[in-house]
Design a protein around this ligand. Structure first.
Ligand SMILES: NC(=O)c1ccc[n+]([C@@H]2O[C@H](COP(=O)([O-])OP(=O)(O)OC[C@H]3O[C@@H](n4cnc5c(N)ncnc54)[C@H](OP(=O)(O)O)[C@@H]3O)[C@@H](O)[C@H]2O)c1
Length: 306
């Protein structure tokens, strides 16, 4: 397999920054490593440029922006994700052969994930990718889905329920519900390693790579151990999250609607975010960290220096 040429979209985001760092660690395995950005955002990448990362300035809707790259990873956030079908069209026209959509979470092809508002754009993108592969069998176009469950460090984000100021954790469901998690650094390791693996003959690959399952009660007790602070668990009825999502929708608050749609989903019983079997054994060189280790690192970094 020739050395992949890599182009990243959304490289300044929460996931984009550590993923770029992981690509840089393995720089010699890639023929090119570049970020696609536009005039208004290019100032964010001075540091990356100094480290030898190419900056391509252009629109992600134009095939010219992708020419000369075989592998494109989208790390776009919730709003720009709606552009992914148009981005995929541009990639196909530019002869890109591997596209990673902005996934990096649950398996949205199952149960209530299929219709949950939070996964709307991800599911539209999945459907568009499948259609693109089916309609263009001779194009060499492939795509890869990375499913890692929650990012371990993200349990401290209000979207999952952590509140460092009030030292509470709020969950809309039972503490016995379990969720798969992976640390962000490990998500980046698996993603970079996957770009060097053979393509699937079907045109579509997916890698399910969570580190482990944790119940939400375990999550909260692990936060307390890792932070050295006793976090107070607050368990609320799942229906309250469903109702709040509805209210945010009615008031036109898309971010509120997305947040509470996700809270309602992860607190509901019946379906789990990344059903097994998982694919970790395809990456024998990666030894992922557990939740406690990832959270200890998170709290060590977020403590002010004295
Ligand atoms: N499993 C989990 O727990 C978890 C947690 C977090 C994220 N994720 C997933 O990870 C993926 C990335 O999310 P994230 O949190 O890293 O997102 P993020 O921090 O919001 O970053 C999004 C990136 O997209 C760029 N962007 C946004 N609009 C753009 C536009 N119109 N044109 C060009 N660039 C644009 C942003 O650049 P600007 O800042 O310059 O606009 C930024 O670099 C998503 O699929 C998300 O669902 C999963």
């Amino acid at each position: 397999m020739p050395a992949p040429s890599i182009l990243l979209l959304g490289a300044s985001g929460y996931l984009g920054v550590p993923l770029l760092a992981e690509f840089l660690t393995h720089r010699s395995k890639f023929s090119r490593l570049a970020i696609l950005t536009d005039e208004s955002r290019k100032h964010k990448f001075e540091d990356a440029k100094a480290k030898g990362v190419e900056l391509i300035i252009g629109s992600y809707l134009e095939p010219d922006s992708f020419k000369g790259f075989n592998t494109v990873l989208s790390l776009l956030g919730n709003h720009a994700m709606a552009d992914q079908p148009s981005i995929i069209k541009a990639c196909l026209a530019a002869k890109v052969t591997e596209f990673y959509p902005s996934e990096f979470g649950g398996d949205s092809s199952q149960g209530p994930y299929v219709t949950n508002r939070y996964f709307d754009e991800k599911n539209k993108t999945r459907a568009f990718l499948a259609e693109t592969v089916a309609k263009n069998p001779d194009s060499g176009f492939n795509y890869t889905l990375i499913m890692c469950g929650g990012f371990m460090e993200y349990v401290m984000n209000p979207i999952f329920g952590g509140d460092e100021e009030s030292e509470t954790f709020t969950f809309y469901g039972s503490g016995e519900k379990r969720e798969p998690f992976t640390s962000v650094a490990d998500v980046c390791r698996y993603t970079v390693a996957s770009t060097l693996m053979p393509k699937s003959p079907s045109g579509a690959r997916s890698f399910k790579i969570p580190e482990a399952w944790y119940t939400w009660s375990e999550v909260i007790s692990t936060i307390s151990r890792a932070s050295g602070v006793e976090y107070k668990p607050i368990f609320l009825p799942n229906e309250e999250a469903v109702e709040k999502a509805k209210q945010f929708k009615e008031s036109g608050d898309a971010d509120g609607e997305l947040t509470f749609s996700l809270k309602a989903l992860i607190g509901s019983l019946g379906f789990e975010a990344v059903p097994e079997p998982w694919d970790n054994d395809k990456f024998p060189e990666i030894v992922p960290v557990n939740l406690e280790t990832a959270l200890k690192q998170y709290f060590a970094k977020s403590k002010p220096e004295v």
